[in-house]
Design a protein around this ligand. Structure first.
Ligand SMILES: C[S@@+](CC[C@H](N)C(=O)[O-])C[C@H]1O[C@@H](n2cnc3c(N)ncnc32)[C@H](O)[C@@H]1O
Length: 256
């Protein structure tokens, strides 16, 4: 750990009580009246706060709103998210899930836990499980399976590891948990991305040939973002064919 990282962490810890108070006040304000889905998306973008208590999503509002509407239409009981980060999208899923939101991230979420688990609106029966761990770890998958206890999820949001190998592993590992008729969404499906490690596009090219999909992409956006949605059929989410075959068939050259 370099000096800058440890200084930043120390400063965050020192400011934590102040930041926690501010976030609690913002959450009370958010909960103070019934919210429409549009309101909730707005809050996910502008909740604010500092340090560990900052709630924010980097999504494009029109894209995430279209996804949220598609998710609301299936009246989800259980939602699973890979990639919590600052909790912006988790705030939206906690509003939509009737019974449970399981959201996870590589980073330790101990500071965020008391705040993020109170995201569901007053009167909601939704319980939030905020997990810290690596989605690629078989032990972590077993933990999710254990929480689900035989239930299937209505919606899976994959927004964690954006490398081609990583996002493909998340799809292959967690698609079995999604019920027939459910939904799976991916963030950052556009080819042109600000980071070379954002490679969701290559998986998306393979998936869109074998599944019923929708794309939520802002027309004038030429770099980054873009949401891809898979409608899971009665047979379940499709297994990907071998990568070599996909390349030959669709002419997609991956960077990985
Ligand atoms: C783009 S952010 C998620 C943003 C969030 N869904 C939102 O829009 O509000 C991606 C997050 O995924 C996490 N992540 C990356 N690889 C992961 C993995 N293998 N398992 C769990 N989380 C992972 C990162 O730590 C990061 O916080």
């Amino acid at each position: 750990m370099n000096f800058f990282v440890s200084f930043k962490q120390l400063s965050r810890r020192l400011r934590q009580p102040l930041n926690a108070r501010y976030a609690a006040r913002r959450l009370r304000e958010y909960h103070s009246e019934p919210r429409s889905l549009e309101d909730v998306v707005h809050w996910a973008m502008h909740f604010g706060g500092g340090g560990y208590m900052r709630i924010k999503t980097m999504q494009i509002p029109s894209e995430i709103l279209r996804l949220a509407r598609a998710v609301a239409a299936i009246k989800p009981r259980i939602i699973l998210e890979i990639g919590t980060a600052s909790g912006g999208t988790a705030l939206i899923w906690a509003y939509l899930a009737k019974e449970r939101l399981i959201t996870c991230d590589l980073i330790d979420m101990a500071y965020q836990e008391p705040l993020f688990t109170r995201f569901p609106p007053p009167g909601s029966a939704c319980r939030v499980d905020l997990l810290s761990g690596n989605s690629h770890d078989p032990g972590f998958k077993a933990r999710v399976k254990n929480i689900l206890n035989g239930d299937l999820v209505d919606f899976l949001f994959i927004d964690g590891d954006h490398t081609e190998a990583g996002v493909t592993a998340d799809y292959e590992d967690y698609r079995e948990f999604v019920r027939p008729g459910g939904l799976i969404a991916f963030h950052d499906i556009l080819q042109n991305q600000p980071l070379p490690t954002n490679q969701v596009f290559y998986l998306w090219q393979r998936l869109k040939k074998i599944a019923v999909v929708e794309e939520f992409v802002t027309p004038d956006n030429h770099c980054g973002f873009g949401i891809g949605l898979v409608h899971v059929s009665e047979e379940g989410a499709p297994q990907l064919g071998p990568k070599k075959q996909a390349r030959q068939e669709y002419g997609v050259e991956s960077k990985a």
